[in-house]
Design a protein around this ligand. Structure first.
Ligand code: NAD
Ligand code: TDX
Length: 341
């Protein structure tokens, strides 16, 4: 029988991609998106999903326990997948408070409602950033699920706190949850404040491409659809109480990504502008995904060369989507973050 799945944060980048992935893969499932539409949430991302009778959107804050409980009581979800979060490291450095509210308190609120209503399954979408960073001169080191938590930014500290709460709920209340910790995603609907879309959009406008510090920081990039596939496997076949790392074994220095984007768009490298470094900037992230591969058979399918091509094409073909975003409040953000740099 078809399941009912609540997807929180489904109007954002990864949650939105997950909504489409699940609607396509499981035509007998009902997908309900809970999202309060912060600056990062866009209903236009869900335009096609809203035409699907198996999809429903609820504008709701995950910290609003009364609202969340009323909805969960009504729809009786089989699974809750929590993507909702404040997700941008730079914003967490400027204003950490909302990160504590949404990422920690919001997670606890969702779990509490699930516990009170005996919802059978909860999944927490977390990040590799909870492990802190790795040195550039030790390419043999990777994050495994047993790497100690060592968060660097207010963002990653809030995600790590939520993870600890989820694990505590599992142990104390036998709460039926899993956690996934994924590396950097890229792909369609990625909010323009993040590295890859920002560089594509600035390059298209012949604007400077702001690279933090020396540009040698390394991230492990995964095409967003591969992340969605991993979460699908975990919510259906994962073991309760377990953490699964998800990563593409695709480490790249920021500067190399930026140069690649310029080359694909036929723009000059003179657009690259080195700016002041991010405070506390993590040097390198690299995931060891052996556990999810061996237990659940997951492997990344999209090679970076193909994924970046698809992503650039998507931004070229969906100018309406991002032009609407960057014409609003985003302008103030951009001026504040990059104006003085
Ligand atoms: P995003 O910022 O694009 O989207 C977040 C969504 O959550 C938005 O739609 C926003 O409106 C919604 N939201 C925020 N606060 C809310 C609240 N209080 N109540 C209800 N909805 C709220 O984020 P993303 O990049 O899609 O990330 C999704 C999840 O994946 C996050 O938990 C993030 O920590 C995690 N993650 C992201 C990446 C990445 O590379 N982007 C990598 C690993 C893990
Ligand atoms: O203008 C920029 N210039 C620049 O050099 C921006 C926005 C970023 N960078 C650098 C900082 C990072 O080393 O690029 C790298 C990637 O930056 P982001 O896109 O901000 O991602 P990151 O900080 O690595 O975090 C992302 O991956 C892990 C997501 O935003 C998180 O939500 C996720 O948990």
């Amino acid at each position: 029988m078809g399941k009912t799945i609540i997807v929180t944060g489904g109007a954002g980048f990864i949650g939105g991609n997950f909504v489409y992935y699940m609607l396509n893969k499981y035509p007998d499932y009902k997908i309900i998106c809970v999202d309060c539409l912060t600056y990062a949430g866009n209903l236009s991302t869900l335009k096609e999903a809203l035409k699907n009778p198996n999809f429903r959107f609820e504008k709701l804050n995950i910290c609003d326990k009364t609202g969340v409980k009323k909805l969960f009581e009504e729809v009786k979800p089989d699974i809750v997948v929590n993507f909702a979060a404040e997700s941008h490291v730079d914003r967490s450095i400027e204003g950490p408070e909302v990160f504590v509210d949404t990422n920690i308190k919001g997670t606890q609120t969702l779990m509490e409602v699930c516990r009170e209503l005996n919802i059978p399954r909860y999944h927490q979408v977390s990040t590799d950033e909870v492990y802190g960073d790795l040195p550039l001169d030790r390419p043999d080191l990777f994050f495994t699920e047993t790497t100690p938590i060592h968060a660097s930014s207010p963002y990653s500290a809030s995600k790590a706190s939520a993870d600890l709460l989820v694990l505590a709920y599992c142990r104390t209340y036998k709460f039926p949850a899993t956690i996934s910790r994924c590396s950097n995603n890229y792909g369609p609907y990625h909010f323009p404040e993040k590295l890859i879309p920002l560089m594509i959009i600035n390059a298209l406008a012949d604007k400077p491409l702001p690279v933090y510090g020396d540009g040698l920081n390394v991230r492990d990039w995964l095409y967003v659809e591969d992340h969605c596939k991993a979460i699908d496997l975990i919510i259906h076949n994962g073991k309760i109480g377990e953490v699964y790392n998800i990563g593409g074994h695709n480490e790249m220095a920021n500067i190399d990504i930026v140069k690649l984007i310029l080359k694909k768009l036929d723009k000059p490298e003179s657009l690259i502008t080195f700016v002041e470094d991010r405070k506390g900037h993590d040097r390198r992230y690299a995931i060891d995904p052996t556990k999810i591969h061996e237990e659940l058979g997951w492997l990344p399918e999209t090679k970076f060369a193909d994924g970046i091509e698809k992503t650039i094409d998507w931004y070229l073909n969906h100018k309406d989507w991002w032009q609407e975003i960057i014409s609003g409040e985003y302008q103030n953000y951009y001026e504040k973050m990059y104006g003085g740099k």
